[in-house]
Ligand binder design. Sequence first.
Ligand code: ZN
Ligand code: ZN
Length: 333
Amino acid sequence: MTLAVTIFRSIPTIGLIAALAPAIAAAHDDATRLDQIKAMFDPTSIVAGPTIVDCKLSGGTETTCFSVTVKSSLEQNEMGPWCPRNTADGPEVSGIWLRDGVVYDADGAFVQNLSTFYDDPEWQMFDPATGAINVTDSKESCEAAARPEVDPAYNNYCVECLTSYMDEERPLTYVIPLHPVDTAEPGRLNPFAGIGIAFNGIKFDAPAPQDAILDAHTLAPFDDCGGHVNLHVGYHYHAVTGCSPAIALTAYHAPIIGIAMDGYLLMARLNPDGTEPADLDACRGHDSDGLGYHYHANQPGDNQTIGCFKAEHGCSLNDSGQVCDATKRPPRP
Ligand SMILES: [Zn+2]
Ligand SMILES: [Zn+2]
């Protein structure tokens, strides 16, 4: 937890209240809404858009969305570290692991202690003689160890994939309703769509499938920003630790950190006074402070940034030319 970098965009708070609050609180005309969404993104993360497109949401509603295509990666020095190389390695060269609401440094001592941590003697990820830890250090090994049915040769490996293993820059396109369409019952999170998008273009992903990972005695740590890489979506977050750009709202309300896939805004977990709002629903949302309905991110140890969707969600697509139909499972990239 020692290398966390806080990137905070210095946007005048007063101007933002004037510009954003009406758009958050009330439906606006589409062009104005689009401009306000565009202004929230770090422009260097955008490959194309945002533009207005037709879309079909997860509940079947056909409506108007914005489509934005973003880089799926940060600069190399803004990601990692993930796996320690030796049981002597400390937290400064290691990432984190999440379990039952708690964030752990996934350092050498943590790897050494895994059989006790999970009460399972089959954890043996290091050479007891030298302390060397098994780490996937090539595209081939990362692919074999990260797939749902882990290649048995990579049992007891620390899994680390790098964006440099990806064949090409693989931008992702997000298609998100301009105006949320609430559902009668809260909607489950969708592993294909993800949870939302940060203003540096990075995906807030659905919870990592930790059971499948642990069954093979592999560990795919997150960096101190809660992110790691897979070769299909690039770098993505499973936890919110305060690294991505935050847009200040007011002196008493948490800043905006992203847009959820259902079109509602995602705020940081805590208000500036250090308290979490007390009236959050099961999805971790509320309607407060004249801001309209919005979510607050969960504590990072839970591996679940929000609980559910209040509204029908849109799509995240590997092909920017594809039309969003969120009632269908997207093709595997
Ligand atoms: Zn992941
Ligand atoms: Zn709030």
